[in-house]
Design a protein around this ligand. Structure first.
Ligand SMILES: *Cc1c(COP(=O)(O)O)cnc(C)c1O
Length: 478
């Protein structure tokens, strides 16, 4: 038996000077100004054409910080940050690619391009896991379209001004809203409705601001959503305010004085949340260790933590990007050293360019297990690999053999019914399954234990927590 040794070093790469980064203004890069980016102009014509063809179907937006400081242009097209940023030929099925390419070559009009692109988009499962229909709560019988309430303790809130990002990730499961495919973005204007809703649901302890990226909003706008929750007597059940954001990775200037003009005000707002006695949890998306290795992201992390906020991190396992145990282990170690708490490792969702990024579930588990075994206990706060599927967050515990049958062992980390959480269950072993829907119950069973209850829940629109007929377990009062 050999035990692998890692070369110990607490040294963390910290590229560049904070003072230089903060002088660089935010500059969005999209399909229209892309050719003015020198690194892009120097790419082979074929790669540039791929970006144009696929960028007409899948959303594309980046910024100068990502392009100048996170992508290694000597390693293109293999560079993981390049693939996380630019739509590439393989991200579309070949037939769809040829169709868009032929239309661009023939000089199709914008309307014709959009029509064809929309047809392709509708084939890419734009609304996975019933998020449009089955998670929307109601107040006094009115649906609250800017909210989702799937799990008892946590309400997701989509502020309408926070529905874009500083840069898009090519794997993102929220891609339909960036291409205008949805009639109804998950967005809502009224902050007071949010407060009224959570006050009416005493089991809710967490509000998660999400998007898009809520930190695309100016601080004074974000303040309008958060401050009503902090008022004396307002939403006493809410103990944690979470903000889901990729801004630390893609625009750390948001948190550093001299960067965004309202950076200091944002940090002051975080501190207000902490001073109210609540937890501010910054749910940070980091998909690759490179995103943690500039001096400005490290300064931004220090500044956020200095407010008393905690930073928890999450990413999916992505083929071509981070599907390697050493990469994930290095990322978690770095995060832990910088004071962030590794939280979730997800399975790439069943939408958009999934075929480019996805891996078989057993493969994902092997990568997770190996990476997990390479890090210290402080980094083993990470849970996964986890599928955000219709019944809940389903974790792949691993492959095993029970009574002579090879099985995949699973459990829910979150359930549409909290009673489902933590119960091990078993699927027939499958080398190829890539999502919960591909799995079959083991031991000749006809269905998984939760299926009847799930179907009952799905037979009516809307969040289970807005219905009286389901008799779901409430949290016990403390
Ligand atoms: C992941 C998720 C949450 C948060 O779950 P936690 O396990 O508490 O982090 C809440 N709502 C939805 C719909 C989710 O997918």
């Amino acid at each position: 038996m050999t035990i692998e040794r890692v070369t110990p070093s607490y040294h963390v790469a910290s590229v560049g000077n904070v003072e230089d980064y903060v002088e660089e203004p935010y500059e969005a890069i999209n399909l229209h100004n892309l050719e003015h980016v020198p690194q892009v102009a120097a790419l082979p014509a074929d790669l540039r054409a791929q970006i144009q063809v696929v960028g007409n179907v899948l959303p594309f937006k980046s910024n100068k910080y990502v392009i100048d400081h996170l992508i290694n242009w000597d390693n293109v097209p293999d560079d993981p940050m390049f693939r996380l940023t630019f739509p590439l030929g393989e991200m579309l099925e070949p037939a769809n690619y040829r169709r868009m390419q032929a239309m661009l070559d023939a000089g199709a009009t914008d309307d014709e391009l959009k029509h064809a692109a929309d047809e392709i988009r509708w084939t890419l499962n734009p609304h996975p896991a019933g998020q449009m229909d089955h998670n929307v709560p109601a107040l006094d019988g009115r649906p609250l379209n800017g909210m989702q309430h799937k799990y008892r303790e946590t309400v997701l809130f989509f502020p309408s001004q926070g529905q874009t990002c500083h840069a898009y990730c090519t794997f993102c499961f929220r891609w339909p809203q960036f291409v205008g495919l949805e009639d109804q973005k998950f967005a809502m204007r009224e902050a007071t409705l949010l407060r009224d809703y959570v006050e009416a649901h005493p089991d809710v302890s967490d509000i998660l601001f999400t998007g898009g990226d809520p930190l695309i909003m100016r601080t004074r706008v974000l303040r309008r959503y958060i401050e009503p929750l902090l008022e004396p007597g307002g939403a006493p059940n809410v103990s944690t305010i979470r903000i889901g954001s990729k801004a630390l990775a893609y625009w750390p200037q948001r948190f550093v004085a001299g960067g965004d003009a309202d950076a200091e005000d944002l940090l002051a707002l975080f501190k207000e949340v902490v001073d109210s006695g609540r937890q501010l949890s910054f749910m940070a998306h980091f998909s690759h260790p490179v995103e943690l290795e500039t001096s400005i992201v490290q300064e931004a992390i220090r500044n956020v933590r200095a407010t008393g906020a905690q930073i928890r991190t999450q990413t999916p396992v992505l083929r071509h990007i981070n599907d390697d145990p050493a990469t994930l282990a290095r990322m978690w170690r770095l995060q832990t050293q910088l004071g962030c708490i590794p939280y979730y490792l997800f399975v790439e969702r069943d939408t958009g360019a999934r075929h480019y990024f996805e891996l078989p579930l057993v493969e994902t588990w092997k990568i997770f297990r190996e990476a997990y075994s390479m890090v210290g206990g402080n980094s083993r706060t990470v849970r996964g690999p986890s599928m955000s599927a219709t019944p809940g967050k389903v974790q792949i515990l691993g492959v095993s053999e029970v009574a002579g049958e090879k099985v995949i062992v699973l459990r829910m980390l979150q359930g549409r019914n909290p009673d489902w959480v933590g119960r091990p269950f078993f699927a027939k072993y499958s080398e190829t399954a890539r999502w919960l829907d591909d799995l079959e119950p083991a031991f000749g069973e006809e269905k998984f234990f939760f299926e009847d209850e799930l179907n009952e829940m799905l037979s009516v629109q809307g969040s289970p927590w807005s219905r009286d007929d389901l008799a779901l377990p409430m949290a016990s009062p403390n």
